[in-house]
Design a protein around this ligand. Structure first.
Ligand code: NAD
Length: 414
């Protein structure tokens, strides 16, 4: 049977519901989306033909606030992927305790083959289809796989054209010139770095001068290397992209390797260390490992060889359940993905707050408030983990699902 992410999401809910002793109606409510929209979007291509795209928006749960979640443009998009990601967004906004629910959107398309004009027409068509269902009090989309700040700008403009009013907060991840927030660029990695600092304190692990390795050298991975060095005093010893890894036990300058990757588009040929296979980076001896590439990277085949004290999951789903059991036995402190990478959605929420006030914060204010949110989130999860004698991943589910369960109960939905 093929992998169904929504079935996985439902299994996780069932496990947490059992551990929390939730009643059956609450469990049944939390294991299905509250609302979902499926629509067809006719879009004129540059060659004059009209192509029909299938699109989705799922509002998984809005008990704690308006739905929040990105819009993915991907050829393999399915309603079940969108449902699963919308469920995970519900737990992510809950674990960092921001007053939002969870949602996700998607369009089945291949953006790599589309012109800018076709992308703009698709973006505007999507918003025309969902304009009555989104908004600052209902559902606030954001960028995700293959959707960009420019696409958010077109979507905001289409929404404002329909409403005949300014509504910058209808969507986040906008360019700065249109109401984006300072500090959004590195927010995911920065949030992860704050949780590493807290984990090191909680588990008595020294960080200064210790080694870090970064798997995946895109937005999340590059900022993890830069901020790990700057804020925690970690020494980068290994990094990789999809093609190649670089290793130097004496340390690699984070700035040099990031500049190299940005200018060449690859780590191939970087002289600051020896070349190793990409997947070997996961097995390098280090204090902190940042899986920041793809899902299913640490699994039953390689988890035994993972040699870190803390694994800070910046990617979504980098460790399989089988991999998790092995890391657990090896006493690796795994900071689970939807806590570790929640900095991005937290600063998206800050963007909404600033749009609502029509008053913009300094970068320092964004960093301080992000630190407060991430620190409080880590502490709540760690406390539950100690109290219940479970790992941080299971504890994060308990904390977040319990908060959503409380909200649906207080509203009288169950
Ligand atoms: P990105 O596309 O900028 O970078 C991904 C990097 O991973 C690239 O350097 C790519 O070469 C590398 N990669 C791909 N396959 C690999 C492989 N098999 N081995 C090693 N490296 C490989 O993406 P990103 O925005 O940095 O996101 C990375 C992960 O973090 C994703 O799982 C994403 O869902 C998650 N995430 C990102 C954000 C964000 O704000 N950027 C927020 C939450 C979660």
């Amino acid at each position: 049977m093929s992998y169904n992410p929504f079935a996985v999401a439902q299994t996780q809910i069932d496990k947490a519901a059992k551990a929390l002793g939730l009643d059956e109606s609450t469990q049944q409510l939390l294991r299905v989306p509250q609302r979902e929209y499926v629509f067809t979007l006719p879009v004129r291509l540059d060659n004059g033909k009209v192509k029909i795209f299938q699109a989705f928006r799922v509002q998984y749960n809005t008990a704690r606030g308006p739905a929040k979640g990105g819009i993915r443009w991907h050829p393999d998009e399915t309603i079940d992927t969108v449902r699963a990601l919308a469920a995970w967004m519900t737990w992510k906004t809950s674990v960092v305790d921001i007053p939002l629910g969870g949602g996700k959107g998607g369009v089945i398309c291949d953006p790599k083959t589309m012109s800018e004009g076709e992308k703009e027409r698709l973006a505007r068509a999507y918003v025309r289809a969902v304009s009555r269902e989104i908004g600052i009090t209902k559902d606030v989309p954001a960028p995700d796989v293959y959707t960009t700040g420019q696409i958010m700008a077109w979507m905001m403009d289409e929404y404002e054209t329909i409403m005949q009013e300014h509504h910058p907060g209808v969507i986040t991840g906008k360019p700065l010139a249109l109401g984006g927030s300072l500090g959004r660029g590195d927010a995911t990695a920065r949030g992860g770095i704050y949780t590493v600092r807290e984990a090191a304190n909680a588990y008595g692990i020294a960080l200064k001068g210790e080694a870090m390795a970064v798997q995946g050298f895109g937005n999340a991975g590059q900022f993890a290397a830069l901020l790990g060095e700057k804020l925690l005093g970690l020494k980068l010893v290994a990094a990789c992209d999809s093609q190649i890894g670089i290793y130097n036990k004496n340390g690699i300058s984070a700035k040099e390797i990031v500049d190299y990757k940005l200018s060449k588009g690859t780590l191939k040929g970087f002289k600051g260390g020896k070349e190793i296979a990409s997947n070997e980076v996961l097995e390098v001896k280090c204090t902190v490992l940042f899986p920041a590439a793809l899902e299913n990277s640490i699994n039953e085949k390689n988890a035994q060889r993972v040699d870190c004290k803390i694994s800070c999951e910046l990617a979504n789903g980098p460790t399989t359940p089988e991999g998790d059991v092995i890391l657990d036995k090896k006493s690796v402190v795994v900071i689970p993905d939807y806590l570790a990478n929640a900095g991005g959605v937290t600063v998206s929420y800050f963007e909404q707050c600033q749009n609502a006030q029509n008053y913009y914060w300094t970068e320092t204010q964004v960093h301080e408030r992000l630190d407060q949110k991430m620190t409080a989130a880590f502490k709540a999860v760690h406390e539950t983990s100690v109290k219940k004698k479970i790992n941080l991943r299971d504890a994060a589910y308990l904390v977040s699902i319990a908060r959503v369960a409380e909200a649906v109960k207080l509203r009288g939905w169950v």
